[in-house]
Design a protein around this ligand. Structure first.
Ligand code: URA
Length: 214
């Protein structure tokens, strides 16, 4: 099976599974290029996403599209999804049990796509991968989780509410093309990333759990 077929099979299973929010909302599985370098993961669909069954197609989505275009990419180049794949009522925060219930499906979605970089959008998605991270402190830093690069970004909806957050989001975005190419900071390449991950290569300079690489 190729990636598209595997994703279609996963979507079918997800549609059939008895998961929270199923009776009240449509499934928003995710979309994009399964061979992408960067997979964007948000929180949960909103009203427009629920109606159109597509992720990030409302106001926040328009801003995400602008940020992607701003670095010379197209939306179709990347893959976009959410940790919770149905809209919580009134757009409330997703509950821990909802995040947990959708987790096996997101895990498989990530495994199938196998992106170089997971760019998280907002606090919930960031904390899914990095439970102790703080968005105001850790946005725009590069982390390594289970052998994959995780790059936390502010949620576009938060950027629409505050100019300073918008500035940070756009600035962090400008790092993505290099990070996707394996250039993690000036002069540091992917090969060195492997060495940095290896505690022996770092001698006694072993970072605490979830310390950013850059
Ligand atoms: N906010 C999200 O976190 N996801 C969407 O798909 C839309 C808005």
């Amino acid at each position: 099976m190729n990636k598209k077929e595997e994703l279609a099979k996963l979507e079918k299973e997800l549609t059939a599974a008895n998961l929270p929010l199923k009776s009240d909302a449509n499934l928003v599985f995710g979309e994009g290029n399964p061979d992408c370098a960067v997979m964007f993961i948000g929180e949960a669909p909103g009203e427009t996403e629920d109606r159109l069954k597509r992720p990030f197609v409302g106001r926040a989505g328009k801003l995400l599209d602008e940020c992607i275009a701003g670095i010379g990419w197209k939306r179709a180049d990347v893959y976009i999804t959410n940790i919770v794949k149905r809209r919580p009522p009134e757009n409330r925060d997703p509950l821990p049990e909802e995040i947990e219930a959708y987790k096996p499906f997101l895990t498989r979605q990530i495994e199938i796509i196998s992106p170089k970089v997971i760019a998280t959008l907002g606090r919930f998605s960031m904390n899914y991968f990095l439970p102790y991270a703080k968005i105001s402190r850790d946005h725009g830093k590069v982390f390594e989780v289970d052998g994959r690069i995780v790059f936390p970004l502010y949620h576009p909806a938060a950027a629409l509410r505050a100019t300073a957050v918008m500035d940070d989001l756009k600035k962090d975005f400008t790092r993505l093309p290099d990070i996707a190419k394996g250039i993690l900071s000036d002069g540091v390449l992917a090969a060195e990333f492997a060495a940095l991950k290896n505690p022996k290569a770092r001698k006694d300079d072993v970072p605490p759990p979830q310390a950013p690489l850059f």
